[in-house]
Design a protein. Structure first.
Length: 317
């Protein structure tokens, strides 16, 4: 009897998961209006580990599936001939997902800034969001925050990552998901020691749970460090990667030689073609419908289901 009860419980759970997936796929098929008055959208993200080259989704054209890779330690075993292509296919989705979140953050900041200028009352949620931006960007100037939230071309991000990791061969990338050589100065950080020291002191680099966290920290580093004050100002005025890279000379001790290498990587690998890439529209879902489905089936909004299509999904908006 106990066996039968357990079997029925598993069967019901499996059926509910299938029903949920069916409803999600149905909602994804509903046309979304991308006009001026946009309904708030949520993004369905797949999280994957990499065991073999075929685990990395190929990128064809400008539409990119939002996949975030978590365990990339096997990357070093991939054939040399395909490693460059696989590396870009690993990094690009994470970059676009983080950009999606940051653009939403920037849009909300601008809306609330307009409300403040017009002396409208803010809700407690609005106030909480603004305070979180003050803390995140280390300033209480909304004008400065707006400048820090401005983004730069994907080609620059890819080129810096390629240079820092040697096309994904660095130990910090393979074991720590650190795609930009970001150092750690805090003992509380999740971090790993470098194989070399500096003036007798151990150098530490940050470790991340997945590649997207590394991308997010990279953006935050460029947003807050004094070393990139001029870069932030210039990217607010231009999106030309070949002009902007010269204001990243403080990213490395190599200074202008570093900038030249970044520029060469962009040209040699035609990375500017990725500047026009966007996330696959089929992975966007209307927030109201998504919340309705999860509430009906009593499923948390942070989903972790064992589906064949979405091995593991989360949603962000």
């Amino acid at each position: 009897m106990k066996f039968l009860k357990g079997y029925l419980t598993k069967t019901i759970k499996a059926l509910l998961e299938i029903i949920f997936l069916a409803i999600v796929l149905l909602i994804l098929s509903i046309p979304i209006n991308y006009g001026v008055k946009k309904e708030k959208l949520s993004l369905l993200i797949e999280y994957k580990s990499i065991k073999k080259p075929s685990d990395i989704l190929k990128i064809n054209g400008n539409s990119v599936k939002p996949v975030i890779y978590e365990d990339i330690s096997k990357f070093k075993d991939f054939p040399e001939i395909s490693r460059k292509e696989r590396y870009i296919e690993t990094l690009l989705p994470a970059i676009l997902v983080v950009r999606f979140n940051l653009l939403n953050e920037k849009s909300r900041t601008e809306r609330l800034w307009a409300k403040i200028r017009s002396k409208e009352d803010l809700t407690s949620l609005d106030s909480g969001f603004i305070n979180s931006m003050y803390k995140k960007y280390k300033t209480e100037s909304l004008k400065e925050i707006n400048q820090k939230q401005h983004l730069h071309p994907v080609s620059i991000i890819l080129a810096q990552s390629i240079l820092e990791t040697g096309w994904g061969n660095s130990r910090f990338f393979l074991k720590g998901n650190n795609a930009f050589g970001i150092w750690s100065y805090n003992k509380l950080d999740n971090r790993m020691a470098a194989s070399t020291s500096r003036d007798g002191l151990v150098i530490y680099l940050k470790k991340y749970d997945n590649v997207a966290q590394s991308v997010e920290d990279y953006f935050l580093t460029l947003a807050n460090s004094w070393a990139f004050d001029e870069f932030r100002m210039r990217r607010y005025e231009s999106d030309n990667p070949y002009e902007l890279i010269w204001y990243l000379n403080k990213y490395s001790e190599l200074r202008n030689d570093y900038v030249k290498k970044v520029g060469e990587i962009i040209v040699q690998n035609n990375l500017t073609k990725y500047d026009s890439c966007t996330l696959d529209k089929n992975n966007f879902i209307k927030v109201k419908l998504f919340n309705l489905v999860t509430e009906i089936l009593n499923i948390p909004h942070d989903i972790s289901l064992d589906f064949m299509i979405f091995r593991r999904m989360k949603h962000c908006n």
